[in-house]
Design a protein around this ligand. Structure first.
Ligand SMILES: NC(=O)c1ccc[n+]([C@@H]2O[C@H](COP(=O)([O-])OP(=O)(O)OC[C@H]3O[C@@H](n4cnc5c(N)ncnc54)[C@H](OP(=O)(O)O)[C@@H]3O)[C@@H](O)[C@H]2O)c1
Length: 255
């Protein structure tokens, strides 16, 4: 397998204003990449840019909302005309809500879908035609181990991440022969503002900078799936193939 050297690569990263995206920005720059960062909060992006790049040119801010396809297209246009051709896109923007069917509200589910799944689709739609025209490109969206199988209170979040995984596994068949690499990033629990809201003890919690190092190592190796942390990812991989009654008994006991 050939190695994807991040040095001097142009990376477009969404969800960079906090958590995993913020840590990834720092790690990517450390590895020599030039990073175009996107999120809705322009000021937070600018603070990060100043911290990481100072007066240098390794980070540039392109604020926008991933729910808006036209904004994503404009952002890709301006990255490519002012910074350079995008070698690697990391659609990472996402959010989380706990859901219970007792207070079922389809709009809540669809709202989460629009950010997590729809946001990723918009980023891919904005960047893919250019990558296809060049016959090369790399897309590494951040999904989640929560997309493997149904978990309590995660019906909306898990469904959005399962949709991402399924979609990416499917398009890989078409895109690989056209020179486009797809890595699916599936983290377990990472300490970020998103998980700081969780009201339960998170098993195998890792900090965001460690997550960023693992993701960059996986990208360097162009892994099909970057699932971590081990052994949590393997526990959930095995759980995927358990018969439903056994899976339910275990989850009811542990979760
Ligand atoms: N933390 C975990 O344990 C964990 C585990 C598995 C997967 N993930 C996934 O990792 C990704 C990053 O999560 P995180 O934990 O780092 O959360 P976070 O700290 O809350 O960061 C989420 C990022 O997404 C951005 N964002 C949210 N909605 C957006 C929108 N509509 N348009 C543009 N940007 C938007 C936020 O920026 P603005 O508010 O400035 O827009 C922020 O930069 C998410 O996709 C999440 O599902 C996280």
């Amino acid at each position: 397998m050939t190695c994807f050297d991040l040095r001097d690569k142009i990376v477009w990263l969404t969800g960079a204003s906090s958590g995993i995206g913020e840590a990834l920005t720092r790690e990517l720059v450390k590895r020599g990449a030039k990073v175009a960062i996107t999120a809705r909060r322009a000021e937070a992006l600018e603070v990060l840019r100043a911290q990481v790049a100072g007066s240098g040119d390794s980070v540039r801010c392109f604020a926008g909302d991933v729910e808006d396809l036209s904004q994503m297209k404009k952002i890709v246009d301006s990255i490519e005309s002012t910074f350079g051709e995008i070698d690697l896109a990391i659609p990472n923007a996402g959010t989380h809500i706990f859901t219970v069917p007792e207070s079922f509200n389809s709009e809540e589910y669809l709202g989460l879908m629009r950010v997590n799944f729809g946001g990723m689709l918009h980023c891919i739609e904005a960047v893919l035609p250019r990558m296809l025209a060049r016959g090369r490109g790399y897309i590494a969206p951040v999904a989640s181990l929560a997309g493997y199988r149904g978990l309590p209170r995660a019906a909306a979040y898990g469904a959005s991440k399962a949709a991402m995984i399924h979609f990416l596994e499917s398009i890989r068949f078409h895109l690989k022969p056209k020179g486009i690499t797809i890595s699916i990033v599936n983290p377990g629990f990472v300490k970020t503002p998103l998980t700081d809201k969780n009201d339960f003890k998170m098993p195998f919690l890792v900090d965001a900078s460690r997550a960023a190092r693992i993701i960059c190592r996986g990208i360097k190796r162009q892994k099909r799936e970057i699932a971590f942390p081990f052994p949590f990812s393997w526990v959930l991989k095995v759980a995927r193939i358990l018969p439903a009654p056994v899976y339910e008994r275990i989850v009811n006991k542990c979760w």
